[in-house]
Design a protein around this ligand. Structure first.
Ligand code: ADP
Ligand code: MG
Length: 700
């Protein structure tokens, strides 16, 4: 068999899944399996089961309530089953015409008319269409990449690539681990004697081998990179306490214990001659900004520059304004740099940064464009770091690299992935990353293999928790009225427009329509609109008007998801909340409840809800605690999807579950040391297989 040629379009979809090399296909393992080896008689199926049945279409019609839906009834000898399709093509409708024989597989539930399946997988059959011989793997995938195509690519990779074991034989025997090749083949193509449940619960020996390998790779890379970092150089930024103490004294509030502790951790790192790479994790509203400001002042006290970067213009500007308020009284004027500045202003800012006149630069990714050269960058702070790509963070780190004695080239960045070749002749800035996507600490540590993590686990006092309500779309009118009354009474509200298939254009369209509808419905209110396609100046103008209370109601897309801080806003409606992920809902909800007023978040949802959407809404309804939500999110979706891992294609642990697989983790720790000591080639090969994609990420 020849390796299949893969089209550029498919390659870019694979990249979204974190598959960049053919060998990565091997490690793209099934999420679950479909059992198409059997047919269940319809009268035996039970709600909650996923089964395959076969029958003849007895009825087929399109109904329009609550929304356009194709509803069919199929029958076999003993029973009948309804099928519902919310989105369907004419071809599907034809396939499901009365009299056709079809085979469907899906989850059964109790519907209005009786047992039903929503969006089952269907295919036309005749009396002697054979059943599948083994379980059908179902892979994680992305829009536009179908299961059959993905399956074919994986089968091809299995047949054309070598599958050597990276671990020495003796070790495998001693640890009673299955071989890599056998494990991989079995998981992609299980033999008929294995039950789907055993595979899906990941207890099978094949899974144990894969999970062990993954944990081992993680342990190896942590050791390698930790060692590597401790051999790199960074400016030693001692805590003199001059400026930091002044700021603390001038604040209108006292730091929480968690803020003091996390700043102390950062402060200690900055005073070391090696680059800090620390992640500051804290729930929405936990007060990360002031901790970042203190870190910045510590660098400034030592005569070094600081760059503070945020992923959106809205957020960056907010930081700029806040830090200006805090620091100007000390005679420190931050410089603002964003893509929307006029050319001349940009040039002016760039000059101040290059000459060292300004010690603090705040902005968007404009900060790491080529034309921006820092005089003496000592600390780079990245807010909402998971929103940035790996490349962008690398670029910022390179900005601060200064050569001492010899010229360094970009190539050093990807220096031998396993061998330790630190470049002792350059210094690089310290890095502080911040994230409001709270994740369990253990996950954070393994996810960001090489980062140190500080957690703000306490909210500032005096916050009133946001009350969350779930409201069915059928009661939309009542929600409208509620918004009107709130605004008339002097509150401010957000109306967040739905996500539509991740399509920005469609999302924009709904935002425009919603804006129009709300303006017409409430002629007495001052309504504003903000979305990603507005130019930056306009965006800033709308946000400023909302912040100043000139606008009462702000219609927004998810651009307001991160960081936006308007304390007077106390009501938020999230339209089609069922389409959003937990982390996103929690982030959005964090935009209210920032002042002393009682805040309300209304989650408008549309029936019918999928199981997943129902669980998500239940969790967000029941909890306000970002960490608890993240924990449950991890259980719902698996750790790989947290933290925007999907977008960046980087998920450190895709298979192992650090809570359930603790025994494997312990073994991996021991073996990692042994391997590095006694079998360095095996360690190298192992890291190559598992981490080839993640090198850059780990270097950031
Ligand atoms: P986040 O962690 O989400 O970035 P911010 O830094 O924006 O949170 O802080 C949220 C709000 O809480 C801001 O208005 C900030 O000034 C305020 N704040 C921060 N720390 C404290 C504190 N210790 N006591 C009272 N208010 C605080
Ligand atoms: Mg913030």
């Amino acid at each position: 068999m020849q390796p299949t040629k893969i089209s550029p379009a498919t390659l870019s979809k694979l990249a979204k899944l974190g598959i960049h090399h053919r060998a990565d296909l091997l490690l793209h393992l099934p999420l679950r399996y479909e059992d198409e080896t059997q047919l269940a008689p319809i009268d035996t199926v039970q709600a909650g089961e996923t089964v395959q049945v076969q029958g003849t279409v007895a009825h087929s019609e399109i109904v329009f309530r609550p929304r356009r839906t194709l509803v069919c009834r199929i029958e076999d000898e003993g029973g009948e089953l309804y099928l519902r399709f919310l989105n369907f093509y004419p071809s599907q409708q034809k396939q499901l015409a009365v009299g056709k024989k079809i085979r469907v597989i899906g989850e059964v539930r109790m519907g209005f008319y009786g047992m039903e399946m929503v969006h089952p997988k269907c295919r036309a059959v005749d009396d002697d269409t054979p059943l599948q011989q083994s379980l059908t793997p179902v892979y994680p995938t992305t829009a536009g990449l179908s299961q059959p195509i993905l399956r074919k690519l994986i089968v091809n990779a299995l047949e054309t690539l070598p599958l050597p074991d990276t671990l020495p034989d003796a070790l495998l025997k001693k640890m009673k681990l299955a071989s890599f090749a056998e494990s991989i083949r079995l998981l992609h193509n299980p033999t008929p004697d294995i039950a789907a449940s055993e595979l899906e619960q990941r207890r099978h020996a094949a899974w144990r081998r894969i999970k062990f390998d993954e944990l081992l790779a993680q342990q190896l890379s942590m050791r390698v990179h930790h060692k590597e970092r401790s051999q790199r150089a960074a400016p030693k930024l001692d805590a003199h306490g001059k400026l930091t103490a002044r700021l603390i004294k001038a604040l209108p509030f006292a730091l929480t214990h968690a803020q003091q502790r996390t700043y102390a951790e950062i402060s200690r790192d900055l005073a070391l001659p090696h680059p800090m790479q620390r992640l500051l994790l804290g729930d929405v509203g936990s007060g990360k900004t002031i901790v970042a400001a203190l870190a910045a002042l510590q660098a400034i006290e030592n005569g070094y520059q600081v760059a503070l970067m945020a992923p959106t213009e809205i957020l960056a500007e907010q930081h700029y304004l806040k830090l200006r308020d805090w620091l100007e009284p000390m005679g420190l004027a931050p410089v603002w740099l964003s893509g929307s500045l006029k050319k001349k202003e940009k040039q002016h800012a760039a000059e101040k940064i290059a000459s060292g006149e300004t010690l603090l630069a705040i902005g968007t990714h404009a900060l790491f464009q080529h034309s921006i050269v820092f005089h003496k960058l000592g600390l780079a702070i990245v807010d909402e770091q998971h929103k940035f790509g790996v490349q962008q963070r690398l670029a910022l780190r390179n900005k601060g690299k200064s050569d001492v004695g010899r010229v360094s080239t970009r190539k050093d960045e990807n220096a031998d992935s396993v061998g330790l070749k630190p470049d002792l002749h350059t210094t690089e800035p310290h890095q502080l990353m911040m994230s409001a996507t709270p994740i369990p600490r253990t996950l954070a540590m393994s996810y960001y293999a090489d980062l140190d993590v500080s957690v703000i686990d306490e909210l500032p006092p005096g916050r009133t928790p946001v009350v969350t309500k779930l409201v069915s779309d059928a009661r939309r009118d009542e929600v409208f009225e509620r918004v009107r009354v709130a605004c008339v009474e002097g509150q401010q509200a957000y109306w967040v427009c739905p996500l539509i298939d991740e399509s920005e254009t469609l999302q924009l369209q709904t935002a425009l329509e919603t804006y129009q509808l709300l303006t017409e419905t409430f002629p007495e209110l001052r309504v504003g609109l903000v979305h990603g396609k507005l130019d930056n100046a306009e965006k800033a103008r709308v946000m400023a008007a909302f912040k100043a209370g000139e606008l009462q109601l702000l219609v927004a897309t998810t651009v307001i998801e991160v960081g936006v801080d308007v304390p007077n806003a106390s009501l938020m409606v999230i339209d089609h909340a069922e389409r959003m992920g937990l982390a996103q809902l929690h982030q959005l909800r964090g935009r209210v409840g920032r002042g002393a007023a009682h805040s309300l978040c209304i989650l408008l949802y549309q029936q019918p809800l999928s199981e997943l959407a129902r669980s998500r809404l239940k969790i967000i309804f029941e909890s306000n605690d970002g960490f608890a939500i993240a924990q449950q999110d991890m259980q719902l979706r698996g750790p790989g999807e947290l933290l925007g891992a999907r977008q960046s294609g980087v998920a450190m642990l895709r298979f192992a579950d650090i809570s359930a697989d603790e025994d494997l983790l312990d073994q991996a720790r021991l073996i990692a040391d042994k391997l590095l000591r006694d079998f360095p080639d095996a360690a190298r090969a192992h890291l190559q297989r598992w981490m080839a994609n993640k090198q850059d990420y780990l270097h950031v």
